[in-house]
Design a protein. Structure first.
Length: 158
C-alpha cells in the first residue's frame, strides 16, 4: 500500500507545473488573444495536441520520479536526483509564466535552453539509480527540443 501512495504522490508532484502553468496557458483569458496573434511555425500543433502531449509527458515524469523514489537497491545518493527534478519543474513553470504570463518570448527561450540542459543532467543522474527512469525522460526531452524550435521561430518571426 505504501508503494501505491508513493506512486500517487510522484504523479501529483509531476503535474504541479502543468496545474500552475494552466493559469497562463492559451486557454486562460487574454493569453489566447496574444498567442493566436503571433506569427508561428507551420509545424505548430493544434491546442489539443499540446494538452494530450503534456498529459502524457507529466505522467511519464511522475512514473520516472516514482522509480527513483522506489529504488531501495541502489547505493546512489538520491538527493541530487530529487534536486534536479525540482529544478526542472521550476524551470518548466517559469517558462510558462515568462512566455504566456509576461509575454517575454526571448526570456522564455533562454529558460528553455536551461530547462533542456537540466533535463539532460537529470537523465544522467537518474540512470545509475534507475535506467527505466532515465529512459522515461526521453520523450520529455524531445518535446522540450520541439518547444525550443517553436519558441525560437516565434522569436524570429515577431
Amino acid at each position: 500500500m505504501k508503494k501505491f501512495w508513493m506512486f500517487i504522490l510522484a504523479i501529483v508532484i509531476s503535474f504541479i507545473p502543468g496545474v500552475i502553468g494552466g493559469f497562463f496557458s492559451p486557454m486562460s483569458p487574454g493569453a489566447d488573444v496574444w498567442y493566436n496573434s503571433l506569427n508561428q511555425s507551420l509545424l505548430t500543433p493544434n491546442g489539443w495536441v499540446f494538452m494530450i502531449a503534456w498529459l502524457i509527458l507529466y505522467t511519464l515524469l511522475g512514473i520516472s520520479l516514482f522509480l527513483i523514489m522506489n529504488n531501495d537497491k541502489t547505493r546512489q545518493n538520491k538527493s541530487g536526483a530529487y534536486a534536479l527534478f525540482v529544478i526542472q519543474m521550476g524551470l518548466n513553470m517559469l517558462w510558462t509564466y515568462l512566455f504566456f504570463g509576461l509575454q517575454m518570448v526571448g526570456g522564455a527561450l533562454l529558460t528553455l535552453v536551461a530547462l533542456i540542459a537540466i533535463t539532460i543532467w537529470m537523465m544522467v543522474v537518474f540512470k545509475p539509480i534507475s535506467r527505466a527512469a532515465s529512459y522515461l525522460v526521453w520523450p520529455y526531452l524531445l518535446w522540450l527540443c520541439f518547444a525550443l524550435y517553436l519558441n525560437g521561430v516565434i522569436l524570429m518571426l515577431n
